[in-house]
Design a binder for this molecule. Structure first.
Ligand code: 3H9
Length: 672
């Protein structure tokens, strides 16, 4: 856990707790003892604290939260470092996050490797830095810069850290780090906690007022502001007490439990239970994309950005040119925001080969089909792919609903076929549902899961069924939303229940964004339901500036009197007398039904584990992270309550509706 080595008067303490040097109980205890010994040992003149491996430390051991934390507590260990009469220098050999950065903050000097990242991401776990981060960081960088780091949770580069005063010296080469740190060995001990804070409580309030987006829905950011205000107004020990109180409150709260669940759920999703660990992956050196539409282009960008060459095929020259131009303009927009350099844009574009030659995908190791969502078209494409793709190439379909086994059956190599369902915009949304067909080979699945991670996606394995995990769960939600409107609710009321819950948009706002005409039969004379009526009137959603809502030139939404009249007309036609619909009914019929569908998905083995379903909704649909995802939320809501709600409204649901047996089985203990 802790290694020590003395060279002359300098004692180097190395945090050594793979894989991320998390500050678990054993490491804390080792560190406390090493510091105490060094303080007493007259042969030690200065202490360097560094990390082993690639990281300095990823902070507290998150898996310890929720249980009583064994002594020594991290704030006490860090108080001892700060109080050490001998200079203590942090040699930051790699990324330092959370408690890891707090260790460095408690040291008297900080020397960092240029490639390291420094951050306090606790807020993303629903807590605040609880080992002095909220008190010491403002003393080094001032109230505003500290709040920016603490409330956003985003790490900063070492260059920025140097400019703000967070680090004292930067070293380009790892080999020079300890020598550079030793350069401070003759400097006096310099406790961070004794420094004055630049900035005051008003600066903290101003930060909160200027950044409302960072606070929406979450409880921890407000506590972060309170703690930093304490740093600006109170001596260290009193400020530390405020921080401790807030930390303990937050760590025991529901949001932190949900956010910790999301953290581990994301990492669990990367694992495929029945794949042998030593499965040899295939090499992917070039990716082919069939289709240069918005989806194809977005998918291509993921690989280009990661440095992988892409061959993009279209049938029509104009569409191909438009697709390539869209990729360029997306990159240029990112560059305009300062998040890419011109060189990076050109480097990515240089990796793109747009072509009208279908056969060009013959040189690709992975080909992703991103054409129109129609089974006949997809089958045709896969038949052609089978003829040109090289042996061993992985063939993937970006279908969002269709039967991947039927698609695979059009090839002579179904073992090389799977689904890769990207979410729109595909260059931004992190989720990829990796659809495992009945015959998909283990190494094909392992390769695509690893590649997904490599290009910065969050891949989740799904089995074959209509809509896989995410879109299948949308079906009961959307059907009930429409039925609720027919029975008496307004689209606004239904949407508001969802946005109040924390969803980025409600069911009808989503339909308008995706296109009301998706799945429409395109026969304007056949009007079976409200959606058909909207489609027949050309109300196809945001793209036609009219759907369930009206939209102005800036896509600003307003209530549509036309839709209200259409709803009336439909109710009359169906002989429905509208009734008042409670928000509680909307929750039961549009959210509980999703939990129910998730439980069915789990029972059928379409998802490997409940937390994978949460990851799909967190990363594919913007489900509010502070609730942990639909299944975690459902568990905390209580299965018994969900079953009771569903039973209450069963007679208003379609005949095909059934309650998942899993929801009636004994519920697992809620997470502590
Ligand atoms: C904190 O510090 C509170 C203090 O302020 C106050 C205390 C009083 N703990 O992500 P990876 C595991 S709160 C436990 O796949 P990467 C992870 O689950 C903490 N486990 O690697 C995975 O396990 P497995 C604030 C952790 O290279 C394995 O390590 N810090 C922790 O893609 C590899 O992780 C954070 O929030 C941890 N702290 O990314 C940082 N960190 O192999 C959280 C990782 O069994 N960590 N594990 O699935 C990260 O952001 C990323 O892990 C990191 C590496 C960027 C470090």
């Amino acid at each position: 856990m802790i290694r020590t080595e003395q060279t002359g008067p300098i004692l180097t303490i190395t945090l050594d707790n793979p894989p991320v040097n998390a500050l678990g109980a054993a490491l804390r205890s080792g560190l406390a003892k090493a510091i105490a010994r060094a303080a007493d040992d007259i042969s030690v003149g200065a202490i360097i604290v560094t990390g082993s491996g690639k990281l300095f430390s990823a902070g507290a051991d998150i898996s310890e939260f929720g249980k009583p934390l064994a002594d020594p507590q991290l704030p006490d260990v860090l108080a001892a470092i700060e109080a050490c009469p001998k200079p203590v220098i942090a040699a930051i050999n790699g990324t330092a996050l959370g408690g890891g950065l707090e260790v460095a903050l408690a040291c008297h000097y900080r020397v960092a490797l240029a490639s390291a990242k420094l951050g306090l991401p606790e807020v993303k776990l629903g807590i605040l830095p609880g080992a002095g981060g909220t008190q010491r960081l403002p003393r080094l960088v001032g109230v505003e810069a500290a709040l920016k780091m603490i409330v956003s949770g985003d790490p900063v580069s070492v260059a920025k850290a140097l400019a703000s005063g967070l680090v004292d010296k930067v070293v380009e080469n790892a080999a020079d780090l300890l020598t550079a740190a030793a350069g401070f060995a003759d400097s006096p001990a310099r406790p961070t906690g004794e420094r004055a804070v630049s900035g005051d409580a008003a600066a903290a309030d101003a930060f909160a007022a200027a950044n409302p987006r960072l606070f929406k829905g979450f409880t921890a950011p407000t506590a972060c502001v309170e703690a930093v205000k304490a740093a600006a107004t109170l001596p260290l020990t009193e400020g530390m007490a405020v921080e401790r109180r807030l930390f303990l409150e937050l760590v025991a709260g529901d949001q932190s439990k949900a956010l910790r669940h999301a953290f581990f759920a994301e990492r669990a999703a990367a694992k495929v239970d029945d794949l042998p660990k030593d499965t040899v992956k295939r090499d992917i050196a070039r990716v082919g994309i069939i289709g240069a539409g918005t989806m194809g282009g977005g998918i291509a960008m993921n690989f280009l950005s990661a440095g992988l060459p892409v061959t993009m095929v279209e049938t029509n020259a104009e569409a191909l040119e438009r697709g390539a131009a869209l990729i360029r303009s997306n990159y240029e927009a990112t560059a305009a925001k300062g998040r890419l350099t011109t060189d990076q844009v050109e480097a990515a574009m240089a990796l793109l080969t747009p072509t009208l030659e279908f056969g060009a995908v013959g040189e690709c190791d992975l080909v992703i089909e991103a054409v129109y969502e129609n089974m006949d078209v997809k089958k045709q494409v896969f038949g052609r792919l089978d003829a040109v793709a090289k042996p061993g190439a992985i063939l993937a379909s970006n279908t969002s609903y269709l039967d991947v086994d039927a698609i695979a059956a059009c090839t002579s190599r179904p073992e090389d076929v799977l689904g890769m369902h990207f979410f729109s915009p595909a260059n931004v949304m992190k989720l990829v549902e990796v659809v495992r067909g009945a015959k998909t080979a283990p190494d094909v699945l392992a390769t695509v899961m690893a590649l997904g991670q490599k290009v910065g996606k969050v891949p989740v394995v799904a089995g074959v069924c209509y809509g896989f995990i995410g879109n299948r769960m949308l079906i009961p939600r959307q059907d009930n939303a429409l039925a609720l409107v027919m029975e008496g609710a307004s689209p606004e009321q239904v949407d508001k229940v969802h946005t109040d819950f924390g969803m980025p948009m409600g069911p009808f706002q989503m339909t308008d964004l995706a296109g009301v005409d998706i799945g429409w039969h395109r026969d304007e004379t056949r009007i079976d339901n409200l959606k058909d009526a909207l489609c027949a009137q050309g109300r196809w959603g945001q793209k036609t500036k009219a759907g369930f809502y009206d939209y102005d030139a800036n896509r600003k939404r307003s209530t549509s009197p036309v839709v209200a009249a259409l709803i009336e007309e439909f109710r009359e036609r169906e002989g429905i007398t509208p009734r008042a619909i409670s928000d509680e009914e909307i929750v039961a019929r549009t959210l509980y039904t999703m939990v129910n569908e998730g439980a069915l998905i789990l029972e059928e083995g379409i998802a490997q584990r409940s937390s994978d379903i949460d990851v799909v909704w967190l990363y594919g649909y913007g489900w509010p992270r502070w609730t942990g995802g639909p299944m975690f939320w459902g568990e905390r809501e209580g299965f018994a309550k969900i079953v009771a709600g569903l039973e209450h409204y069963t007679d208003r649901m379609p005949e095909s509706f059934s309650i998942a047996p899993l929801l009636r089985s004994p519920q697992p203990e809620p997470v502590a």
